[in-house]
Structure formats: C-alpha cells, structure tokens
Write a protein that binds this ligand. Structure first.
Ligand SMILES: [Fe+2]
Ligand SMILES: [Fe+2]
Length: 179
C-alpha cells in the first residue's frame, strides 16, 4: 500500500501592511471591489448586447445595463450611509470574468452559438455578483448597517432575477439552436 505523502503547503499567508483588521475593513474593501466591478460592467454590457443576435437576449442585456447603472448609484448610497468615501479597487475576479466573456465572443461565430456563449459568460458574472452581494448583506447585518443592508438586498434581488431570466432565455431559445 502506498503511503500518502502530504504535499499541501501549510504556509501561512503574510498579510500586507494595509490588510483588513476587522469585519468593518473587510466590508469596506469588498464594497470598493464590487464598485469597480459594477462600473466595468456598465462599460462591458453594451459590447455584449451589440454582439448578441437574439432579440430577447439583447433586450435582457439592455435592461440589465440600466439596472447595473442603478447598482453603481446604489453602492454610492451604501458608501454614504456608512460615512465612507466611494472608491474603486480593481476586482481581479470580475476582470477575469469579463476577459473570459471577451474571448468567448472572439471564439464564436455570431448567432445562436455566440449567444449561448454570451449567456454563459453573463451568468458567471451574475453568479459572482450574487455571491458578493449575499456576503456584503451578511456583513452589513452583523455590523448593524441597516440602510446599507436594505440597499444591498435590493441589488441582490435584481441580480438573481437577471440570472433567472438568462436561464429561461437559454432554455427556450438557444440551447436547441446551438446544437
Ligand atoms: Fe450588478
Ligand atoms: Fe448583474
């Protein structure tokens, strides 16, 4: 019997000098990340809409673009409600997801297949946002930021409904055509 060697590294990560020391710091850092992400989405969604073929998909993206602009404003309200200046910090995860979305469009012919790719990429973005706003809402609750919590839950609801809409568009329109 082979003995299993432990290869997992048990090295502790050394924190940076400006590392978050408490939940309040982590909450604020995460807000800055998603603020950057939402602003990037305002720039990226029009490209996705332009590259989509299905009318339903185009409409869904353009409606979510308007919601996304609201998400940016709402985050500014969140910052205001906790007395912190609204600031962006590059979100590497969203940057990666948007990069992937761009390559999916480059690697597909326009039409049903590219639409399927756009939906896939968009849903990854929405899932990321859902996870982020869910976490932020939980943090806001623990920190007792009632106004921020309300605002974050409003956006969370819109991200979830966008995701559901994308699922239904994929089911009814695209999956059969893309085969
Ligand atoms: Fe959003
Ligand atoms: Fe979204």
């Amino acid at each position: 019997m082979a003995t299993t060697k432990s290869t997992s590294s048990e090295t502790k990560i050394k924190s940076k000098s400006n590392a978050a020391k408490d939940l309040k710091d982590l909450f604020e850092d995460s807000l800055k990340d998603i603020y950057w992400a939402e602003k990037e989405l305002v720039k990226s969604l029009p490209k996705m809409e332009k590259n989509a073929t299905s009318k339903k998909l185009k409409t869904a993206i353009s409606l979510h673009l308007e919601e996304t602009k609201q998400h940016v404003n709402r985050l500014e309200d969140v910052f205001r409600s906790i007395g912190v200046k609204a600031k962006t910090e590059k979100c590497d995860a969203m940057a990666g997801l948007l990069e992937e979305g761009k390559s999916i469009m480059e690697e597909t012919e326009a039409g049903a297949v590219r639409d399927a790719g756009i939906i896939a990429a968009s849903q990854k973005v929405e899932h990321y946002e859902i996870a982020t706003y869910g976490t932020l809402a939980a943090f806001a609750k623990v920190l007792g930021h009632k106004d921020a919590l309300k605002l974050l839950l409003e956006t969370l609801k819109e991200e979830k409904s966008c995701d559901e809409k994308l699922t239904s568009i994929a089911d009814t329109n695209l999956n059969s055509k893309a085969e």
